[in-house]
Design a protein around this ligand. Structure first.
Ligand code: URA
Length: 216
C-alpha cells in the first residue's frame, strides 16, 4: 500500500501535462469552428526536448488526411530546405499555428483558406502548451500566420526575416513559408527564393550551434 506522500506524488504525476496528454486533448478541440470541416487535429511532432521548433500556418489537404504536419507539397520543400541547411528534421519539433485544416470545398477539391486572427488566437492555447513543454531554444516561424501567432500582431517578413529576435524564454527566427516558395511561377525566381529560405534556416541552425544550452 502506498504511503500518503507517495499517493500525493501519484496524483501530481497524473495531473502533469505531457505532450502526449496535450495531443490527446487537442484531438477533441472545439475551441473554434474549424474542426467541423477537417478530418482530424494535426498536432505537432518531434523530440519532446527539441532545441528548435518550426511553426507553420495550418495543415494542408494531405496533412489533414494523414494527421501529421508538413507531409504534403510544402512539406517536401521544407524537407529539402532543411537538408540543404544541414538540419535533420528528426531533431526538430514541427508544428502549426492552427491545428485544423481550414478549407473551402470546390467540386472534388478542398481549397486552402487562410486562418483568421480569431482562429489563430483560439489555437494559441495548444501552441503555448507545446512551447511550454518542449521549451525550444530557437523557434522558427514559417510565414506570416506563425509570426503573428507568436508576436500577437502582423509583421513584415521581409524586414524581420533571418535575424534572431529575442522573445523570452526563446529566441525567435522568422522566415518565409515553404508554400510561398512553391507558388513562385518563374523557375529562376523560385530557385533564388528557395536559396534564401535555405540561408535563413542555415543561419538559424548556426545561431543554435553558437548558443548551446547551459547545463543547470
Ligand atoms: N502548410 C503548413 O503551414 N503546415 C503544414 O503542416 C502543411 C502545409
Amino acid at each position: 500500500m502506498s504511503s500518503f506522500p507517495a499517493a500525493l506524488s501519484d496524483v501530481k504525476d497524473s495531473m502533469r501535462e505531457t505532450l502526449s496528454r496535450v495531443r490527446q486533448d487537442a484531438a477533441h478541440c472545439r475551441r473554434c469552428p474549424l474542426w467541423q470541416h477537417a478530418t482530424q487535429t494535426v498536432f505537432g511532432e518531434g523530440p519532446a526536448r527539441a532545441a528548435m521548433m518550426l511553426i507553420g500556418e495550418q495543415p494542408g489537404d494531405q496533412e489533414d488526411l494523414v494527421g501529421r504536419p508538413f507531409v504534403g507539397p510544402a512539406g517536401r520543400v521544407l524537407d529539402e530546405a532543411l537538408e540543404a541547411a544541414g538540419i535533420h528534421r528528426k531533431d526538430v519539433y514541427v508544428t502549426n499555428a492552427v491545428k485544423h485544416f481550414k478549407n473551402e470545398p470546390r467540386g472534388k477539391r478542398r481549397l486552402h483558406k487562410k486562418p483568421n486572427e480569431a482562429e489563430i488566437d483560439a489555437c494559441r492555447w495548444w501552441l503555448d502548451k507545446e512551447r511550454a513543454l518542449v521549451r525550444p531554444r530557437l523557434t522558427v516561424a514559417l510565414g506570416g500566420s506563425a509570426a503573428a501567432a507568436l508576436l500577437g500582431s502582423k509583421v513584415s517578413i521581409g524586414k524581420m526575416r533571418g535575424v534572431p529576435i529575442p522573445a523570452a524564454p526563446t529566441t525567435l527566427w522568422i522566415t518565409v513559408h515553404p508554400s510561398y516558395v512553391l507558388r513562385i511561377p518563374d523557375r529562376p525566381a523560385r530557385k533564388a527564393e528557395f536559396a534564401r529560405f535555405v540561408n535563413d534556416l542555415a543561419a538559424a541552425g548556426a545561431w543554435l550551434a553558437a548558443h548551446p544550452r547551459i547545463p543547470a
